[in-house]
Structures are given as C-alpha cells and as structure tokens.
Design a binder for this molecule. Structure first.
Ligand code: NDP
Length: 393
C-alpha cells in the first residue's frame, strides 16, 4: 500500500488532492501518514478521520486544543506549530504533497526530501527562495520532485521524451488575471474583492491576487529557471485568456510541444500522484471545436511590473529569490489588510530589494537553509518597516 502525506490539506491544492485520493480508493488504497492545515480545524479533522491519518498538524499553537477535541477518540496524533510541521514531514511517506502557501512550505519540503520521498511541489515559493538547495537535497537523498504548478507540470510533460540540450525556449502562459482588461489607470483603486476573482481558475485567495498582479507569473518564471535549469532569457510569458494551453516548449529544430487541458488543478496533481503512469482523472475533456479560438498576446510591462522584477531577481541570483518572495508576501498581506494599494505592491517589493542589496550581498549563493530563512526574515523586516513609514503607498 502506498503511503502519503498532504501539507496544506485544507487549502485549494490540498482539497483537490484529497478529492483525487478519495476517488482512487482513499484509505483502502493509501496509508495516510500526515495531514496538515492552518486554521480550518474542522476540515482538517474531517479529512484526518476519513483517511485515518497517523498525525494531524495545525500550523498554529492556539488551534491545538480545538484539533485535539475534534479528533478525540481516534488513533490520530495531533500536534501544532512549525516544528511539528517539520517533524511530520520527516515521517517516512512515499508521496508528499507540498501544498502550504508561502515560504512556510520551505522547511517541511526540505524535511520530506530528506526521507527520500517523492515531493509533489505546488509550493512554488520553495523553488523561488531556495531552488538550488532544494534540488541538491533531492539529489543527495535520492528523492524526486514532481512539479504541480500547472505550467511546470505542462513543461515537464512536454519534455518527457526530450533532452534539455535541444530546448531553445520555454513559454509559460498566463490568463492575465482579474484586471487583464481593465484600463491601467483604474488599477490603483482596485479592491481586494476585485483582485480575488480569477477569470478561469478556482484557487486560494493569495495566488488569485498574485495572478491579478502577475506576481504569481513572476514567481513561476523564476520557478521555471530553477527547476528546468534554463537561462532566464529563454523563458517567455504569453497572455492566454482561455487558460487551456498551459505551457509550450520550443526546440532548436523550430518545432514546439505544448500541453493543453482544462483549467483544473486535479490534472497536474493527479499526474504527480500517479506518475509515471497516467490514471483516469475526473477533469473536463477539451472540445476544441467548441472552443474555436486560442488567443495569445505579449504581456504589457506597464500593467505587470512584477515580471520585470522577476528578471532582475534572476540576474542577481543567489538570495534574491528568497528576498523577493518574502517582500512579496508582506506586500500582499498589506494589500489584503488595506494598508497599501494594488499598484503599491510592486513598488514596495522593488524598494525592499534595493534597500536590502545595500546591506547584504543578495547575489551570494546560499549554502544552507538558514541563510535563506535569515534573508527571508530580513526582507520581511524591511518591507514591514517601509509600510509602517508610509513608504509603501
Ligand atoms: P490556500 O490558501 O488555498 O491553502 C493554503 C494551505 O496552507 C491551507 O491548508 C492553509 O491552512 C495552510 N497554511 C496557511 N498558512 C500556513 C502556515 N503559515 N503554515 C502552514 N500552513 C499554512 O492555498 P493554495 O492551495 O491556493 O496554494 C498552495 C500552494 O500551491 C501555494 O504555494 C500556491 O502558489 C501553489 N499553487 C496553487 C494553485 C491553486 O490552484 N490553488 C495552483 C498552482 C500552485 P488553513 O486553510 O487551514 O488555514
């Protein structure tokens, strides 16, 4: 029987994973080692009961009594806090979903790789902040990372029978997010509710807002660079409003291989869950005659400054990804809290990076996870200070 753990089980990625696991036999087919969540204790407990998880972990100490109560009378152990998340990830499981949102997914992901597990990586922040370290850890412990981001799963699948030396470019697509068709002048006044509506994908609120600002695509360009080892200038982004072509790989003979599918994360998750096999998955089949047209356009740099910032981060390399992601997370929190405007997020991230580059060698290659976490903390401190000083708006 295969064993698995799901980190971020109560989120959008976690729920899709749960759905697939249940459709593929649930507790009859899988031994569930760990399920983790944040504040949605009722749902975490429900999943843990259904899958008879060995341990259920909430990220927050104050949620532990509620989790303990919700799982009373079951054999599931309960625990709370970041150390407990890392401990749960260190428990041996064949397949681990990294579906926590944000840099909080970094430590559990590393801990899972050390067990030699197959890590299904939805948490793109891990690759952005610590790509080389993560890949080194996977190689050292004979673990495997399977990308779950739809674009990266698409590239992975397009490369199955290919050699990277023949790859000329990788094109990842973007829907353009909630504000694709808004006049740029309106963006400054965009609200959180408006930014939280994705035209095609149903996702967690943070990644949905990041799609509107294209910080999500900025993270994904860096993720592509880190995971596939391709030079930044060979990575392109195309706006593709239909969200049906997820990525394309262009080869040196001029041909391209792309991956199409309905905008449903259960494809990429199900692919990673069943890899190297393909299982029957409950996703809509494309009727291309009905779709009729697939459209593509170059993103407008004025509308999406995050894309330019991502290029700068890759030029700097080293610790810049960790700083970029951390500053982005603080800026997003501030936007959600109504402390900065939609367009201020990019300015705040850029100012944080330039402030930080005056204090430390951001391009220095990290040799330990601690270096990454220290940079993350310092970027958060500076971004928070800038907001408090009113420089974030
Ligand atoms: P959600 O916000 O829907 O879910 C996040 C999960 O992480 C929840 O289980 C949440 O718990 C938990 N969580 C929140 N904060 C913490 C923390 N500090 N420590 C530990 N756990 C925490 O996010 P998504 O599922 O949308 O995204 C998850 C990851 O997958 C992100 O990295 C995202 O970029 C990536 N991704 C998501 C896609 C999608 O379609 N959603 C597509 C491609 C990539 P709770 O809800 O109980 O508080």
């Amino acid at each position: 029987m295969r064993s698995l753990s799901v980190f971020g089980a109560t989120g959008s990625i976690g729920e899709s994973t749960f759905d697939l696991v249940m459709r593929q036999g649930g507790p009859r087919a899988y031994r569930t080692v760990a399920l983790t969540g944040g504040r949605n204790i009722a749902r975490l407990a429900q999943q843990a009961r259904t899958l008879a998880a060995e341990v259920a972990v909430t990220a927050y100490d104050e949620c532990l009594p509620a989790l303990r109560q919700a799982l009373a009378g079951t054999a599931t152990e309960v625990a709370a806090g970041p150390a407990a998340l890392a401990e749960a990830a260190a428990r041996q499981a064949d397949w681990v979903m990294s579906g926590i949102v944000g840099a909080a997914g970094l430590v559990p992901g590393f801990a899972a790789l050390k067990t030699g597990a197959t890590l299904a990586l939805a948490n793109k922040e891990s690759l952005v902040a610590a790509g080389p370290l993560l890949l080194e850890a996977a190689a050292r412990h004979k673990a495997r990372i399977l990308p779950v981001d739809s674009e990266h799963s698409a590239v992975f699948q397009s490369l199955l029978a290919e050699d990277m030396v023949s790859v000329e470019r990788i094109i990842i697509t973007a829907s353009g997010g909630a504000f694709r068709d808004w006049p740029v002048e309106r963006l400054a006044a965009a609200t959180v509710a408006e930014a939280s509506c994705h035209p095609n994908w149903a996702m967690g609120q943070r990644i949905t807002i990041d799609s509107a600002s294209m910080f999500n695509k900025a993270l994904e360009i860096i993720e592509t660079h880190e995971f596939f080892g391709i030079a930044p200038e060979r990575i392109e982004v195309l706006i593709h409003p239909e969200s049906l072509v997820h990525a394309l790989v262009g080869f040196r003979d001029g041909g391209m291989i792309g991956h199409l599918g309905a905008p449903d994360m259960r494809h990429a998750i199900g692919y990673a869950l069943n890899w190297p096999d393909r299982a029957h998955l409950p996703v809509a089949r494309l009727d291309l005659a009905r779709v009729g047209r697939l459209t593509f356009a170059t993103p407008d740099p004025a509308r999406y400054p995050a894309l330019r910032l991502a290029r700068g981060v890759m030029d700097t390399g080293g610790l810049a990804g960790a700083a970029f992601n951390a500053a982005k997370e603080v800026a997003l929190d501030a936007f959600i809290a109504g402390r900065v405007g939609f367009l201020d997020m990019a300015g705040l991230v850029e100012t944080t990076l330039s402030d930080l580059s005056g204090r430390m060698a951001l391009g220095k290659r990290p040799t330990s996870l601690d270096m990454v976490l220290a940079t993350d903390a310092e970027a958060r401190r500076i971004a928070t200070m800038l907001i408090a000083a009113g420089k974030g708006s």
